[in-house]
Design a protein around this ligand. Structure first.
Ligand SMILES: N[C@@H](CC(=O)c1ccccc1NC=O)C(=O)O
Ligand SMILES: [Zn+2]
Ligand SMILES: [Zn+2]
Length: 207
């Protein structure tokens, strides 16, 4: 029998925290059964960068690839979850003690988004030396439990650009509080939003 799935996605509800000034999340029954006669039909409004989501390079590069052109194989497969708590930022030096042999998807639990009901004021971010280190280890996807791989006030987005230059895909806003470090199968498929700068995902792990 297959092990049960462990949900590592943030719930999308009214009031879900967003980037300051970004589109609020809403769901409404736009066409209720009482008027359609047969069905309730819902309508969603949200920013791509709310909750658990992937970034496409177009998010930070006008010439970058958009969602439908990314390799979906990267979002499904074996992933290692590591815990690096209480750090202001993470660079190559912080991962040097880990054996990442054979790891192509790495999920980092930073624990730095402590109140899921509010957008954080500060997060643990990835330092610019990390992308080359990860690429050298063969990592193709990085996942974090915070809204961004860069500092929240960054305009240069050095980690986003560095990861993209090394062809490492970005998964953000994971919920990893209840996950033990170790190896899992990850499933975090984006929607086929052809021209989008990213996509919400339902991310799950299977031991
Ligand atoms: N880079 C962030 C998103 C981001 O930076 C952002 C998202 C929505 C509205 C404003 C944003 N950044 C503003 O400086 C991310 O990838 O989720
Ligand atoms: Zn994003
Ligand atoms: Zn991002």
């Amino acid at each position: 029998m297959c092990a049960k799935l462990l949900d590592i996605s943030r719930p999308l509800v009214a009031g879900t925290p967003t980037w300051p000034g970004d589109t609020p999340f809403t769901y409404e029954v736009n066409w209720p059964k009482s008027s359609s006669g047969s069905v309730n039909v819902g309508k969603l409004t949200m920013s791509i960068h709310t909750g658990t989501h992937v970034d496409a390079p177009f998010h930070f590069d006008d010439d970058g690839r958009r969602m439908l052109h990314l390799d979906i194989d990267l979002y499904v497969g074996m992933a290692r979850v590591v815990e690096l708590l209480d750090k202001p930022s993470i660079g190559a030096e912080d991962l040097a003690h880990l054996d990442l042999e054979g790891v192509s998807r790495l999920l980092i639990r930073t624990g730095s988004w402590s109140d899921p009901k509010h957008f954080p004021e500060e997060i643990c971010y990835l330092r610019p030396d990390l992308p080359a280190f990860l690429a050298e280890k063969g990592i193709r996807l990085i996942g974090v439990d915070v809204p961004s791989v860069d500092p929240l006030d960054s305009k240069e987005l050095l980690a986003h650009h560095g990861l993209h230059q090394h062809d490492i895909h970005i998964l953000e806003g994971l919920l990893l509080d209840h996950v033990e470090p170790g190896d899992y199968e990850l499933i975090a498929l984006p929607l086929p939003l052809a021209d989008a700068d990213g996509s919400p995902v339902r991310a799950v792990l299977r031991k």
